[in-house]
Design a protein. Structure first.
Lengths: 53, 318
């Protein structure tokens, strides 16, 4: 069955899809925040020096 | 749910009674159990003698909670047959027909993998491995193997529920010590009297489902004595914890008061006959069950308060 954009299935499942969308968005924000914290806590100067040595 | 059954001409544009909403999938994660996991893991994380970046700490608790939720979904997948029989569980998403068993399995497996990997990346792989072991223990050792085999199922299952503070501690420190295991032991010893009290007043449920609860295999009198014995052991452990690295005067005060109340409740349960219990609709058993919820919350709350006061030179015995 092909689903067009205006199909009522989209309306019926709107709350479920919204929940999944918001969960995924929150996950992206969390991963971004975690990445910033991890990167900020890494001493790249020392790592670069080790590679050069 | 399958879209094959969809009929556009007869269905209104709102969720159908047999169609899962987002909340039904969330219910697969056992939110009430998750709240206990979140709280105890948070206490484990904050009681550890290492400061954790708030974002890292938040992620650690979140992924531990998701791991706990994943085990809940896998538990519901495996136990769908007995959940249909028991009054307490027949409204769950699978027995009510809103979510298919395969969906619960897929969600449980996906979230298990995600939570373990993300906890490992966010904190350390020791914590990730510990979370993986906890999920394995709850789903395979408890749910699949021992729950339907032995009347000690609640004791063994209690271990799975007791791991979160240890995972929280390991996430913060990357190592192990005696203190998180005291928190583990507290939850572990608390679980049997908590669930056996429930089994006493939800009596037909476990009989109907054929789950070998102590009330079914050894009788209700034996269960009452078991509650008293476990409560006495728990009280010794809980008060003794006051003098460890996570204890202190506030914890000691809470432990003495709560364990006196808990012991009194267990004593009353052990002295009651079935006729007494029937006469007042299990009033004592029900109030003991409610008290058990407050008991665990206040003990972990006291550990948390002691930990939060330490930076100001107030927590603990020093």
């Amino acid at each position: 069955m092909s689903l067009r954009k205006s199909h009522e299935l989209h309306q019926r499942r709107f709350s479920r899809n919204l929940g999944v969308g918001l969960t995924l968005a929150a996950f992206i924000v969390i991963i971004f925040g975690l990445t910033i914290v991890k990167v900020a806590g890494t001493d790249f100067g020392m790592a670069t020096q080790e590679v050069q040595n | 749910m399958s879209d094959a059954s969809f009929n556009a001409s007869t269905v209104a544009a709102q969720p159908r009674a047999d169609e899962a909403s987002f909340g039904d999938y969330f219910a697969l994660l056992k939110p009430r159990v998750m709240s206990l996991v979140v709280f105890t893991a948070l206490v484990g994380l904050l009681a550890a003698p290492v400061s954790v970046h708030p974002i890292v700490g938040f992620c650690a608790i979140l992924f531990i909670a998701i791991g706990g939720g994943a085990s809940g979904a896998l538990n519901m997948w495996w136990d769908a047959d007995i959940d249909k029989v028991m009054k307490r569980t027949k409204g769950r998403p699978i027995p009510s027909g809103k979510v298919e068993e395969g969906e619960a399995l897929a969600l449980g497996l996906a979230l298990s993998g995600l939570s373990v990997i993300m906890l490992g990346l966010a904190t350390n792989w020791f914590a990730g491995a510990f979370l993986a072991f906890t999920i394995f223990f709850y789903v395979v050792i408890y749910t699949m193997w021992l729950k339907r085999l032995t009347p000690q199922n609640i004791v063994i299952g209690g271990a799975a529920g007791a791991f979160p503070p240890v995972i929280g501690w390991v996430a913060a420190t990357g190592s192990m010590s005696i203190e998180p295991w005291l928190m583990f032991a507290l939850t572990f010893m608390w679980t049997p009297p908590h669930f056996w009290a429930l089994a006493l007043f939800m009596r037909s449920d476990y009989d109907d489902a054929g789950v070998p609860m102590l009330t079914v295999t050894h009788g209700r009198r034996a269960t009452r004595w078991h509650i008293l014995i476990y409560t006495a052991l728990l009280a010794t452990l809980a008060v003794g914890t006051s003098f460890s690295g996570i204890g202190g005067p506030i914890y000691l005060m809470v432990a003495v008061v709560m364990n006196a109340l808990f012991l009194r409740g267990a004593w009353q349960i052990s002295r009651r006959s079935e006729d007494d219990a029937e006469a007042d609709n299990f009033k004592v058993e029900r109030s003991f069950f409610k008290l058990s919820l407050l008991y665990l919350f206040l003990h972990f709350g006291a550990v948390l308060v002691e930990a939060l006061l330490k930076p100001y030179g107030l927590g603990g015995w020093s």
